[in-house]
Design a protein around this ligand. Structure first.
Ligand SMILES: Nc1ncnc2c1ncn2[C@@H]1O[C@H](COP(=O)(O)OP(=O)(O)O)[C@@H](O)[C@H]1O
Ligand SMILES: [Mg+2]
Length: 249
C-alpha cells in the first residue's frame, strides 16, 4: 500500500479511542445521574444531540477503516424500514444546522406530520405511504451516507427548495435529490464525481467543501451494484438520481 494511504489509515484509526472517550463521557452524564448530578431538560437534549453525532462519526470512522480493508468495499445488508432510515438521516442533517427542526422531526409520529415539518424548511418529501412503512434489504450505513451527502449538497446549493423523491421500481430502490440552485454545467457532469473536484474556488458559501462527497457517493453506489446519475443545466438546479438493486432476504 502507498505510504500516504497508510498514514491516512493510521489517522482514522487513531480517531477511535478519543471518540470512545467522548461517547463514554456523554453516556455517563446522561445515564449515571446519581454520580454525575441531575440535568435540566435543555442539558439533556444538548447531550443527546452530541451523543447522536458522536455515533455518526464513529460509524464513519468504522466505515473508513473497513473501506481500507477491502478495495471492493464490504456490503452489509440488513432488513430495515425506509421510514427509519430516512428519519435518522434527516435528524443527523438537521442536528448540525438547525437543532430545533431536528428535535421536531424526532417527535413526528406520522409521514404527513414529517412532510409538513420539512415543508417549512423548503424540503419536499415525496414517497408513497406503503413504501414508507416497508421493510427493505439494504446496507443502512451506506444508503444513509449517500442520502446525507446528496441532501447536504442540495441544501447548501439550493435557492429555496429541495425535493427528495423515493420510489420502488421492480427490484430497485430509486431516489432523487433535486434542488433549485445554480445547477452544474454539462462540461462538469463527469468531473464532479472525481475526488477533490470543486466547481468554483471562489464560491460564496461559508463552509468550504473538499470535493470528496460525490466521489465517495459514487464509490458507495457502485459497491452496491447501483447507478448514480446527474441531470442538470446551468442555472436550472441539479437533480441527482440513485438506483439501487434491492437484495432478497
Ligand atoms: N446540488 C448541487 N448544485 C450545484 N453544485 C453542486 C451540487 N452538489 C455538488 N456541487 C458541486 O460539486 C462540487 C463537489 O461536491 P462534493 O463532492 O459534495 O464536495 P464538497 O461538498 O466537499 O464540496 C461542489 O464543490 C460543488 O461545486
Ligand atoms: Mg458535499
Amino acid at each position: 500500500m502507498h505510504r500516504e494511504r497508510i498514514k491516512i489509515g493510521l489517522l482514522i484509526h487513531d480517531l477511535k479511542v478519543p471518540l470512545a472517550v467522548i461517547e463514554t463521557g456523554i453516556v455517563s452524564l446522561l445515564q449515571r445521574r446519581e454520580k454525575y448530578g441531575s440535568l435540566t431538560e435543555k442539558q439533556e437534549k444538548a447531550l443527546a444531540r452530541a451523543l447522536r453525532n458522536t455515533k455518526v462519526v464513529q460509524t464513519l470512522v468504522n466505515d473508513a477503516l473497513e473501506l481500507g480493508r477491502s478495495r471492493e468495499g464490504v456490503v452489509n445488508v440488513t432488513s430495515l424500514r425506509l421510514s427509519h432510515l430516512i428519519e435518522q438521516c434527516l435528524i443527523e442533517i438537521f442536528d448540525l444546522v438547525d437543532r430545533k427542526t431536528s428535535e421536531r422531526i424526532k417527535i413526528c409520529t406520522h409521514l404527513s406530520l414529517l412532510r409538513k415539518e420539512l415543508e417549512q424548511k423548503g424540503l419536499m418529501l415525496f414517497i408513497d405511504e406503503d413504501l414508507w412503512c416497508q421493510e427493505l434489504y439494504l446496507d443502512e450505513a451506506k444508503v444513509k451516507q449517500i442520502l446525507r451527502n446528496l441532501l447536504n449538497n442540495a441544501l447548501k446549493y439550493r435557492k429555496s427548495r429541495v425535493e427528495l423523491e423515493v420510489d420502488k421500481k421492480d427490484v430497485h430502490l430509486v431516489f432523487s435529490v433535486k434542488d433549485d440552485g445554480e445547477g452544474i454545467p454539462s462540461i462538469y457532469h463527469k468531473k464532479i464525481f472525481e475526488s477533490y473536484f470543486q466547481m468554483d474556488d471562489t464560491d460564496t458559501h461559508s463552509v468550504r467543501g473538499h470535493g470528496l462527497g460525490l466521489a465517495g457517493v459514487m464509490v458507495l453506489v457502485e459497491d452496491m451494484g447501483g447507478e448514480l446519475s446527474l441531470e442538470s443545466d446551468e442555472g436550472k438546479g441539479a437533480k441527482f438520481l440513485v438506483k439501487l438493486p434491492l437484495a432478497n432476504k
